[in-house]
Design a protein around this ligand. Structure first.
Ligand code: SAM
Length: 239
């Protein structure tokens, strides 16, 4: 069997690495065409009703939270992240003043106070980084209300030559150099490249979701260079 490109030890250090780039995260994301539009699309694809209770897991600086707010203006939103630096940026955003922010671990949100139940859970660029995705998904299935929806907004290129080539081109040619210029480090961006290459194929993510008990698992695409690279993995709660 091939050695994983990313170790569990390295994944546990990810929130600390995000602390180091928190100040430049929003600027770097703004340079990525479609970043926020695609988050909005994933939020909308959950198709939640009025007054929904929504968990934004691995919310970072609140870019995904803002797109949830735009899609569901009257929702009650909780944002959880393990990086104090990223959360500090999220907390400073006036337009997200009514969000409940939690400094906690996505591996066990309930242990940090995100107990649910939630009508919707959006986890954008999160599952790939947790040490045990299966345990994480199983716990998330328990946090969803009956009839609730989960959306994993995530990269998945394994098994697609085109998507893998595009990913290597974008990260080696653009993301890592821009990280050096704007954040003064390449470490987290080199990790980003390897972690995506190491991550599941689309079929494997779907299979993980089914194993965790989710129903009606389906995958929807993005547009632009992210087509075939970034996906909305959607599913309904086990009940
Ligand atoms: C790429 S950022 C995405 C932020 C936001 N969802 C967005 O779309 O802009 C990934 C975030 O996941 C967080 N993260 C990584 N591992 C985590 C864990 N085990 N528990 C909670 N947050 C974690 C990082 O701190 C970081 O803020």
């Amino acid at each position: 069997m091939n050695e994983p490109l990313v170790s569990t030890h390295e994944k546990k250090a990810v929130p600390g690495e995000f602390d180091r780039v928190a100040k430049s995260y929003d600027l770097l994301s703004a340079l990525n065409p479609g970043y926020e539009r695609h988050l909005r699309r994933s939020a909308e694809r959950m198709g939640l009703g009025p007054g929904a209770r929504i968990l934004d897991l691995c919310c970072g600086t609140g870019l995904s939270t803002a797109q949830i707010r735009a899609a569901y203006p009257d929702a009650t939103i909780t944002g959880l992240d393990a990086s104090a630096g990223m959360l500090e940026r999220a907390r400073s955003k006036e337009e997200l003043a009514d969000v409940t922010w939690i400094h906690g671990d996505a591996m066990d949100p309930a242990a940090s106070g995100a107990e649910g139940p939630y009508d919707g859970i959006l986890m954008a660029y999160g599952l790939r980084n947790v040490p045990d995705p299966d345990v994480c998904l199983e716990r998330l299935s328990g946090l969803l209300a009956d009839g609730g929806t989960i959306c994993l907004h995530e990269y998945s290129v394994r098994g697609s030559l085109w998507a893998t080539g595009m990913w290597n081109f974008v990260t080696l040619g653009i993301v890592i150099p821009l990280g050096l210029v704007f954040a003064g480090t390449t470490k987290i961006f080199r990790y980003l490249r390897r972690s995506v290459l190491d991550f599941d194929s689309v079929a494997q993510v779907e299979e993980r979701m089914r194993r965790a008990g989710f129903r009606e698992v389906r995958t929807e695409p993005m547009s632009g260079w992210q087509r075939g690279v970034v996906h909305s993995f959607l599913a309904q709660s086990p009940r």
